[in-house]
Design a protein around this ligand. Structure first.
Ligand code: HEM
Length: 434
């Protein structure tokens, strides 16, 4: 088992990691961006890539920060997804690596994010109806109640880590209810989520990969039992519907459950944490929201534009084709920087300025586009909008207690800790928050 995992790591991460290290030393901006300096502040590297052209060859894939080009690729069915920016290893080793499938997880097929139509459609269909604007509207009361309970549990005038105490708690509570998962298991999922999200990066260390795989195995064991229970006693939840649909085998069910849970809380938690951190460092923007609360939904989109929780994605050419005047062979991979597209000066005026009243903030690509476009977008916007407004209403004097700390990963970019001094608390009725 360990040998198979080592080989998979070598192809998916070990060799790309070696290439990136060498190129980083040579000053390549893409390689630098994927390393520690880039994780701390990726924008200078994105701007260097942008300055080189619309479509730029990097040591691993091609790359673009161009909004129009990224959107075109995402919507073009001549492109598809594949497992990762792997470096091919000899075929006999690849065969050996594939002999033992990894535990079902969000980063490998058959998780829908890694599948192309028509299989992709089969995975997505049974789930999307639970996330339509109408369905999400019905969850509003629950989001308000959960937010309220969490805020009331925070200490008056105390110091807390906002990620731990609030930002990750709202989305996990809601996605758990939607999937019919017992509330007491949230802690485990927070731990597994933290261990597994680095899998979506390129070139992670063996230690990080091994930790992710162990977490994936624990998650699989958990889901074996949970899915079995729902087969016997189905409920009205999303997962029971997926099981009833019966189009997915057990492994595919687990892979797709893991992505719905993971994507359902990690990203929204990062959105809320980014928003808090941005608003605390841009007090004039927070003042504007206090004066014009109707700007909150736009502010959420501006946070998504400015600090997208999913920083990059990628597609590969399913056939030989031409893109932006470049001939790409079948299999060529294009890294689409959602963060770069979101700061494309051709679309956004003064793109490095954070402006909650920006008139076209919603044109960001934070939720991607095309067949894989995020179906959780309505839910994420609603959850974050309410949670943020309620938080800043209850703690009007909240301020940073120490600099926030980012997670050491790029694809799912977000904070590990956002320490804050809460200040006095103010009671506000939900209707006062809106
Ligand atoms: C701020 C919050 C969120 C952000 C920024 C976000 C972002 C994204 C992005 C960028 C993609 C597509 C990636 C690609 O094209 O390669 C995606 C897909 C997905 N998202 Fe979200 N997401 C968020 C919240 C949610 C929520 C709340 C759910 C709830 C279940 C969710 C579930 C999914 C799933 C299952 C996919 C895969 C869809 C597919 O492959 O067809 N996301 N998300």
């Amino acid at each position: 088992m360990t040998l198979q995992y080592r080989l998979r790591w070598l192809s998916l991460h070990g060799l790309p990691r070696a290439v990136l290290r060498v190129q980083s030393r040579r000053g390549d901006p893409f390689a630098r961006m994927m390393g520690p300096e880039g994780i701390a502040d990726p924008h200078p590297y994105l701007e260097r890539i942008r300055a080189q052209g619309k479509l730029v060859k990097t040591p691993l894939p091609w790359a673009t920060c161009d909004h129009a080009l990224a959107r075109t690729v995402l919507r073009d069915n001549r492109f598809g997804v594949r497992s990762s920016a792997r470096v091919e290893i000899p075929q006999f080793l690849q065969k050996l690596a594939n002999r033992v499938p990894p535990p079902a997880n969000p980063a490998d097929p058959p998780a829908m994010l890694r599948m192309n139509p028509p299989e992709h459609t089969k995975m997505r269909r049974p789930v999307v109806s639970a996330f339509t604007p109408r369905a999400v509207d019905k969850l509003r009361d629950r989001v308000e109640t959960v937010t309220d309970e969490l805020l009331h549990a925070l200490p008056d005038d105390g110091s807390v880590d906002l990620v731990e105490a609030f930002a990750s708690r709202v989305p996990i509570a809601i996605i758990f209810e939607m999937l019919g998962m017992p509330r007491q298991d949230q802690e485990k999922f927070l731990r597994w989520g933290e261990a597994m999200t680095p899998m979506l990066d390129v070139g992670i260390s063996w230690h990080t990969y091994d930790r992710a795989m162990r977490a994936a195995q624990e998650l699989n064991d958990y889901l074996d039992v949970h899915i079995e229970r729902l087969r016997r006693e189905p409920g009205e939840d999303v997962l029971s519907n997926m099981i009833k649909g019966a189009e997915l085998d057990h492994y595919a069910l687990k892979a797709n459950t893991s992505i719905i849970i993971g994507a359902g809380f990690e990203t929204t938690a990062n959105l809320i944490s980014h928003a808090v951190s941005l608003l605390l460092t841009h007090p004039e923007q927070l003042d504007r929201l206090r004066a014009e609360p109707e700007l909150w939904p736009n502010a959420v989109d501006e946070v998504l534009r400015y600090e997208p929780p999913v920083f990059i994605t990628a597609r590969s050419a399913l056939t030989d084709l031409e893109l932006a005047g470049v001939q790409l062979p079948q299999g060529a991979m294009v890294m689409l920087s959602l963060a770069g597209a979101n700061r494309d000066p051709a679309v956004f005026d003064d793109p490095h300025r954070f402006d909650v009243a920006r008139s076209n903030a919603g044109e960001h690509l934070a939720f991607s586009s095309g067949v894989h476009t995020c179906f959780g977008a309505n839910l994420a916007r609603m959850e974050a909008g309410h949670a943020l407004r309620a938080l800043f209403t209850r703690f009007p004097d909240m301020r940073a207690a120490a600099p926030p700390r980012l997670r050491p990963q790029l694809t799912f970019r977000g904070y590990e800790h956002v320490p804050v001094e809460l200040g006095r608390s103010v009671d506000a009725t939900p209707s006062a928050i809106g």
